[in-house]
Design a protein around this ligand. Structure first.
Ligand SMILES: [Zn+2]
Ligand SMILES: [Zn+2]
Length: 442
């Protein structure tokens, strides 16, 4: 008496990896396997090898799987082998068409060995036509990847990116017209930088929450970095504590400067009308800790005492340097500024301070042509700023402190030129223009 022939399965599958995988699983369960690599071969094998079951891929070379299915039914309408369609193309349309053309079931790729065996054994045990149904993501909820925004990354938001004076009009819609202001937020802490006109919107954004302690770091007290403070709503609300920090000024202390711009001659409301608790501090030492953030500072080259700030949060860092005349007076190519250049030595501390920051928010206020007439005004030419990016190794550069004369169209052309200059210097050109409302994560 001869042993019964093992069940024979024709696996029609173009991918060798998939075909090997299915063969291994099915052979170890005692099935005999015949392979076909395309639709034509599948029809030939179905005729010659007389399989009991065909496992059929849909996206096959030469003849599409659904046409193969149609042909199998036409060839032997009474004794066609069972067909298990096995495809990644498990849209409702394909599943319904497979069912209408006589497929026994539909198995979605990718699948586990258990899923394959369950389908195949289901066919042989009952020859039940089974249910041809599209797979649902809810079949395996544990496999669903659902990333959530976590609170352990700092967020930064620019509220004002214009230098010198606010601007408005149709040419300034995209970049915005508010003068310097930005914030870094991490969990409950919000650290603010500069009080240009952008701080007005920043203040309004805080009003939904409870009064809290705000730390406001001023790079320097030029008009475009403090002019928004009289319009900073939290300063008028009891319960807010606002600590202002700035580098010491030789002529006037910080409080006098802020009090001065609220003088009756300039403004109808005086500092006494501000009901928040205000505290004025000159920067001392190199850094201080606010919650989990470390804020440090370094002097920049700009008229009157001016600093740039760096916020470090764990391994991540962001530096904010809106006013800095890097390579003052230099008119040559940035490619000629080598590591040992005397011009770089002047900025050695700042370069060290900025080395390797993840995000550097730094100005490039003037085009090279404009800089010819504005040497010594405290701002950097575009190509000199590119040299700083190269030598600091900052990973991302957000250009800020846009000149009030530069409208959106001009700034777009300037950004294209910036990318070209950085490419020419061999720097990764991850650069974008700051605009009012820009948000990023550390
Ligand atoms: Zn400025
Ligand atoms: Zn300034």
């Amino acid at each position: 008496m001869t042993a019964p022939r093992p069940r024979r399965i024709l696996v029609a599958e173009e991918s060798r990896t998939m075909a090997d995988f299915m063969s291994r699983v099915l052979e170890s369960a005692g099935f005999e396997i015949v392979l076909a690599r395309d639709g034509e071969e599948c029809l030939d094998q179905a005729r010659s090898a007389c399989p009991d079951l065909v496992i059929l891929d849909l996206m096959m070379p030469k003849i599409h799987g659904l046409d193969v299915l149609k042909q199998l039914q036409a060839d032997t309408p009474r004794s066609a082998p069972g067909v298990l369609v096995c495809s990644a193309k498990d849209f409702k349309t394909e599943v319904e068409q497979a069912r209408e053309l006589g497929a026994f079931s539909f198995l979605s790729k990718p699948f586990s060995p258990q899923e394959l065996l369950a389908q195949v054994e289901g066919f042989f045990s009952a020859k039940d036509p089974g249910r041809v149904h599209p797979p649902s993501p809810h079949d395996h909820p544990e496999r669903i990847f659902r990333p959530q925004l976590t609170a352990d990354r700092g967020v930064y938001r620019l509220w004002g990116t214009r230098g010198s004076i606010p601007v408005s009009g149709p040419g300034f819609v995209r970049h915005g017209g508010n003068t310097s202001s930005m914030e870094v937020g991490f969990q409950k802490d919000r650290i603010l930088f500069d009080a240009g006109s952008g701080i007005r919107d920043l203040g309004l954004s805080l009003l939904g929450g409870r009064p809290c302690h705000l730390h406001l770091f001023i790079t320097h007290t030029h008009w475009d970095h403090i002019q928004g403070f009289p319009f900073f709503a939290p300063a008028f609300i009891p319960g807010y504590e606002i600590t202002l920090y700035a580098p010491p000024n030789i002529d006037k202390d910080l409080e006098s400067i802020f009090r001065g711009q609220l003088d009756r001659a300039y403004f109808p409301v005086q500092m006494e009308d501000m009901q928040a608790h205000l505290e004025f501090k000159h920067l001392q030492g190199n850094s201080l800790e606010i919650g989990d953030c470390r804020v440090s500072w370094e002097y920049t080259l700009h008229p009157s005492p001016t600093v740039g700030y760096k916020v470090e949060l764990g391994e991540r860092s962001l530096a904010y340097v809106p006013d800095n005349e890097f390579l003052k007076g230099y008119l040559g190519s940035p490619a000629e500024i080598g590591r040992d250049s005397q011009l770089l030595a002047i900025h050695a501390r700042l370069i060290e301070f900025l080395t390797g920051v993840d995000v550097l928010i730094h100005e490039a206020q003037y085009t090279n042509d404009e800089y010819l007439k504005k040497i010594g005004w405290g701002h950097t030419s575009l190509s000199n700023a590119c040299a700083l990016i190269r030598h600091s190794g900052a990973r991302k550069w957000i250009v800020t402190h846009h000149d009030p004369i530069h409208d959106d169209e001009f700034l777009q052309r300037k950004l294209n030129l910036t990318q070209q200059l950085l490419c020419d210097l061999g720097c990764p050109p991850e650069v974008e223009h700051g605009h009012d409302g820009l948000v990023g994560y550390l």
